[in-house]
Design a binder for this molecule. Structure first.
Ligand code: NDP
Length: 256
């Protein structure tokens, strides 16, 4: 074995082998009881990682630690991390996935519609990243992945609040990438297009059909297709990727 881990990885890749199975990591996925978050939690579980799922209503997948946490409450976020750290050790991979919508046209959008979406999607992600970075800085490694949306880059009528919250995640990830990179911590964004979940189940058949005509691949994503980008960003193969926005949108947002 050489002194240089990069040489070892290169030799292993050339030989088509790996020296040993990676150590299970402490992974925290917010909003992992359904939809995209559940698929992400299940993908990490399938890799053998120690997975904790936080939600308000419970229902984590089998094998995951089920932690109640409303991400709009900073004390609840702190308590959730303490619970996960006690069970699994410091969080090495944070997936900030929990999110909500409160769609309406701008003239009808109330302060509450605006602030509830920003508080959950953007400020909630800030609370999570801030708390996670504490342990990651001590470990001198970590992966932070924010689940944004193609809408944050393209805009969407009726989603001024949601699009602003999702665009904000890009600036946050890139600032974290610059702030924490020297400590071996990466911060990236996954920007899904339309995915079959409860969030999009509210769309009418007409809206769904119209969306599909704009997507080059002509269909919605399966949540596992988003999960696969997340596990890649959290894995060894993405060790040199930070501040990136990875679209998983069937081509909908190309060029943004
Ligand atoms: P769902 O509506 O199916 O699930 C949302 C999840 O977030 C639930 O697990 C919910 O759990 C959790 N959650 C919501 N608010 C809070 C809160 N205050 N505190 C803690 N947990 C909360 O959403 P999707 O799976 O569709 O979406 C997941 C993420 O992907 C979101 O950030 C969404 O914006 C994004 N996205 C989704 C797309 C889609 O087409 N579906 C497209 C692009 C991005 P509980 O209610 O139990 O708390």
């Amino acid at each position: 074995m050489s002194q240089n881990p990069t040489d070892d990885a290169r030799d292993d890749a050339a030989a088509g082998t790996t020296t040993q199975a990676p150590e299970p990591r402490s992974v925290l996925v917010t909003g992992g009881n359904r939809g995209i978050g559940r698929a992400i939690a299940e993908a990490f579980l399938a890799q053998g990682d120690k997975v904790a799922v936080t939600t308000r209503s419970g229902g984590a997948p089998d094998g995951a630690l089920d932690v109640r946490c409303d991400i709009t409450d900073p004390a609840a976020v702190d308590a959730a991390f303490a619970e996960v750290e006690a069970a699994h050790g410091p969080v090495e991979v944070l997936v900030a996935n929990a999110g909500i919508t409160a769609d309406t046209l701008v003239l009808r959008m109330s302060e509450e519609d605006w602030s509830s979406v920003i508080d959950t999607n953007l400020t909630g992600s800030f609370r999570l990243a801030k708390r996670a970075s504490k342990g990651m800085l001590r470990l001198r490694r970590g992966r932070i992945v924010f689940i944004s949306s193609v809408v944050g880059l393209l805009g969407s009528p009726g989603q001024v609040n949601y699009a602003a919250s999702k665009a904000g995640l890009v600036g946050m990830a890139r600032s974290l990438a610059r702030e924490l990179g020297s400590r071996g911590i990466t911060a990236n964004v996954v920007a899904p297009g339309f995915v079959d979940t409860d969030m999009t189940a509210v769309l009418s058949d007409e809206q769904r059909a119209s969306i599909k005509t704009q997507v080059p691949l002509g269909r919605y994503a399966d949540p596992v297709e988003v999960a696969s980008a997340v596990t890649w960003l959290a894995g060894e193969g993405a060790a040199y990727v930070t501040g990136a926005v990875i679209p998983v949108d069937g081509g909908l947002g190309m060029g943004h």
